[in-house]
Design a protein around this ligand. Structure first.
Ligand SMILES: Cc1ncc(COP(=O)(O)O)c(C=O)c1O
Length: 399
């Protein structure tokens, strides 16, 4: 451990971690379990086009979620685009700016205007109290995000949608394995979209799925992920190719077998971080609900306004030590192009988003993060806070 401020890598000392400790290192299942599925694929020579592994993966997910239809897709961004079309969204759709940019892009890519809505300061999910003032005659839907696995206020959002005849599509990229009042995520709104990107709690290298309890929506989505083919030669829609490959489904199936272990590991790390951060009043961990199912995948910390050091200076100091924390979701979609040019004043309506994008950081977690890693990151954070005045001074007076 470091003893003087000069030992910090920011000031020329040796980095505390020899290898970079990233946010989002993948959860990998048992190698033999994955190889067994890969061997089956090799022998069958059925590599894609709704093969047996994709069918099995969809069936296992449908059972886990307790939902009627699960349609596996090549990634969540395409999944969102397809679901948006299948639900007939058009014109304007209300969406948070406090999300990964794919949520907004999936609307804009199809000529739909994303109308940015502010979020709740505690859950970081869309604030239902802000939705109705954004509805215009062009509004066709609401696209909220279950940020960090916190569940949106689904009842309030549905009531607004019903009052105004709007569709609701949830971006559930962070919320695999989470539940709300005993009902699994995957069952809310008109449809939900999960991501199985390598950084997610359960991954298929790249991938995702769309869930719905609506038979007609599911039928249209199945057409839309496969070029619009109804029979061998008949095409009924202008659509896309969103199919998941068999190799991705193999990763998904073996990861499902290992999933409880991933969550247990995540949870141990989360509790470890929480214990250590309790001694650092400048940093507040965003708590996961312990009463319902959660995946404990995201370790989010809020830097207090009076911490005496800014989030960005902490991130720089950590990065120099090879701890690659992330500033999720900095700077917010409304400050990214093309939205920044289209709506230069959007921030005026998004005070909570503007604040959160400045004060949150995400720390490493996943099965690739050991208890010793968590201990080291916390030691480092404590040391940075202890020396925050010198660090701020040496960083050119920037807190
Ligand atoms: C909230 C959110 N929405 C959408 C996406 C896009 O997911 P994918 O990478 O599977 O396209 C991500 C992920 O990376 C995300 O975090």
């Amino acid at each position: 451990m470091k003893s003087t401020v000069q030992d910090l890598a920011l000031f020329g000392g040796q980095p505390m971690f020899a290898e970079p400790l990233h946010v989002g290192r993948p959860n990998r299942p048992d190698k033999q379990a994955f190889f067994q599925h890969a061997d089956d694929i090799w022998e069958s020579a059925w590599l894609t086009n709704n093969g047996p592994k994709v069918q099995q993966f969809e069936a296992e997910l449908a059972q886990l979620f307790g939902v009627k239809h699960v349609i596996a897709v090549c990634n969540a961004t395409i999944g969102l685009q397809i679901a948006i079309r299948a639900l007939g969204m058009d014109g304007e759709v209300i969406v948070p700016s406090f999300t990964f940019v794919a949520t907004a892009h999936s609307l804009e890519w199809q000529g739909i205007t994303p109308v940015f809505c502010d979020v709740d300061p505690v859950t970081h999910c869309m604030d239902p109290a802000r939705i109705e003032q954004l509805i215009t005659p062009r509004t066709t839907g609401i696209l909220p995000v279950h940020v960090w696995g916190n569940i949106c206020e689904v009842e309030a959002i549905q009531a607004i949608a019903d009052r105004h005849g709007l569709k609701v599509l949830y971006d559930a990229a962070h919320a695999f394995g989470c539940e709300h009042r005993g009902r699994m995520v995957g069952n809310f709104g008109d449809a939900e979209v999960f991501s199985f990107h390598a950084t997610k709690v359960l991954n298929t290298f790249e991938g995702g799925c769309i869930t719905t309890n609506d038979d007609e929506v599911a039928r249209v989505i199945r057409l839309m992920i496969n070029f619009g083919f109804v029979g061998k030669d008949q095409v009924t829609h202008l659509v896309s190719n969103g199919k998941m490959s068999e190799s991705s489904a193999a990763m998904g199936l073996s990861s499902l077998q290992a999933y409880d272990g991933f969550v247990a590991h995540n949870r141990r790390n989360y509790e470890h971080y929480r214990r250590r951060l309790a001694d650092m009043p400048q940093l507040a961990i965003v708590e996961h609900c312990e009463k319902e199912k959660r995946n404990f995948h995201y370790i989010i910390v809020r830097v207090a306004d009076d911490a005496g050091i800014s989030r960005d200076t902490i991130v720089r100091a950590l990065e120099a030590e090879n701890v690659l924390a992330r500033r999720y979701f900095h700077p917010g979609c409304h400050r990214m192009e093309p939205y920044r040019s289209y709506y230069p004043n959007a921030g005026l309506l998004l005070p909570v988003t503007e604040k959160l994008t400045d004060v949150l950081l995400c720390l490493p977690n996943s099965t690739a993060t050991t208890a010793a890693d968590v201990e080291g990151v916390c030691d480092l954070l404590a040391f940075i806070l202890q020396h925050r005045a010198e660090i701020a001074q040496r960083s050119g007076g920037r807190a």
